[in-house]
Design a protein around this ligand. Structure first.
Ligand SMILES: [Zn+2]
Length: 400
């Protein structure tokens, strides 16, 4: 006989809870294990926790939605597949996945300075083995295991302001906390702020940055970009080497987390991943404070809104011909002038289609191929310049 459509007992999922955790809690309410619920309640073979949480069959999600009365999107959001395209471009392996995800933005280093490492079979954020991390305070009150705890994208709990800790066992039946002593350090404020922004991205779809809110997709790629820049080979840093060293000194960890050879962030041990996340948070803090030169094209997202300067028309001293010889502007002053001019241009382009088109035409010099143009359009979208301003003269579809 076919079981009833709706299960009588189905505890509500916690915010960002993983599918395996939710199934386990539903099964527990019937005194079953989740593999028994899969088999007897859904007629489905057993699936491992990583398989349930990564990309389970669509018909299983549909059945679960029917049995619990939950919206199917809500069920899907308990899996990694439900986070495409925000956190992942795709869960399918693609040869240019790394370059597309990590190299489109730049923060600390000019884009050309980046190493073009392109690891094969790479997906952002996914560790090779299922991670077992959680917030002890959260688990004290609820047995729900969050999907985001399994990814090295967050290192602390934004609710309890404490570090996530590693564990062994199967909560809630058995759990043994196993965080080694060297990972039990106080939580830096900069890391807590970065993790609260990540949490905002996950739960609301956007992040409030100093200048303006950005889409969650931009935030995750911004994070992954800085993680990449902080592990770039030392020889690529050029004049930014001192700045990058200062970031590592600021967070108190060895330069490049002590790595001797480059490898993707996702394959590193959690201890090194935490150090890199802390260094990323420290870099953001220094950029926001205006004490770090960041030459990447997306660094402005982390800087506060510049105070509007209204000129009375009088040329400023260092730029006049007579004063130039005596008071030649320093490189920092020139960079600031260029940044201010660009900021003004971007602000005008948000309002005026003609300015937007001129800025786009200027920026597209040097762009080769569709991918570069797509990257440029994404940057415009990220800057909140309406892409339909460009459609009057562009034949391509706006970047979606
Ligand atoms: Zn917590």
């Amino acid at each position: 006989m076919r079981p009833p459509e709706r299960w009588p007992l189905h505890p509500a999922p916690a915010e960002t809870e993983s599918l395996s955790s939710w199934l386990r809690r539903i099964a527990a309410s019937y005194g079953m294990y989740s593999y028994e619920l899969l088999e007897h309640g859904l007629g489905h073979r057993e699936l491992s926790d990583p398989d349930l949480n990564l990309n389970p069959p669509m018909h299983l999600l549909e059945e679960l939605a029917k049995r619990t009365g939950l919206d199917q999107h809500r069920v899907s959001a308990m899996t990694m597949a439900g986070w495409v395209p925000w956190l992942f471009d795709s869960l399918d392996l693609a040869p240019d996945a790394y370059e597309t995800y990590v190299h489109q933005l730049s923060v600390l280093l000019p884009p050309k300075r980046r190493n073009i490492y392109t690891p094969r079979k790479w997906l952002p954020w996914l560790p090779e083995a299922g991670a077992r991390r959680g917030c002890p305070d959260c688990l004290e009150f609820s047995p729900a295991l969050l999907l985001v705890w399994q990814l090295p994208v967050i290192a602390s709990c934004p609710v309890h302001w404490c570090r996530l800790e590693t564990y062994e066992g199967h909560p809630p039946d058995y759990i043994r906390w196993t965080t080694p002593a060297h990972d039990q350090r106080p939580l830096p404020k900069s890391l807590s702020l970065m993790d609260r922004r990540t949490w905002q991205a996950i739960t609301t779809g956007s992040v409030d940055l100093p200048r303006y809110p950005v889409h969650a997709g931009i935030w995750f790629r911004l994070l992954r970009t800085i993680l990449d820049e902080l592990t770039t080979a030392q020889g690529r840093y050029g004049r930014q080497l001192d700045d990058v060293r200062r970031v590592w000194e600021h967070c108190g960890h060895p330069f490049r987390a002590g790595l001797y050879s480059w490898q993707p962030f996702e394959t590193l041990h959690w201890t090194a991943q935490q150090q890199l996340l802390e260094a990323t948070a420290a870099a953001m803090e220094l950029i926001e404070a205006g004490s770090l030169t960041a030459l990447g094209t997306s660094a402005h997202l982390l800087r506060p809104e510049p105070s509007p300067l209204i000129s009375d028309g009088t040329p400023r001293g260092p730029l006049t011909a007579t004063a130039g010889a005596q008071e030649k502007p320093t490189l920092d002053e020139l960079l600031k002038q260029a940044t201010d001019a660009l900021d003004a241009c971007i602000a005008a382009a948000k309002e005026d289609p003609v300015v937007a088109k001129q800025l786009f035409d200027f920026a597209r010099y040097g762009c080769r191929g569709d991918q570069s143009l797509r990257g440029l359009r994404q940057t415009f979208a990220e800057l909140q310049i309406p892409l339909d301003f460009l459609s009057q003269t562009e034949n391509q579809r706006p970047f979606a």
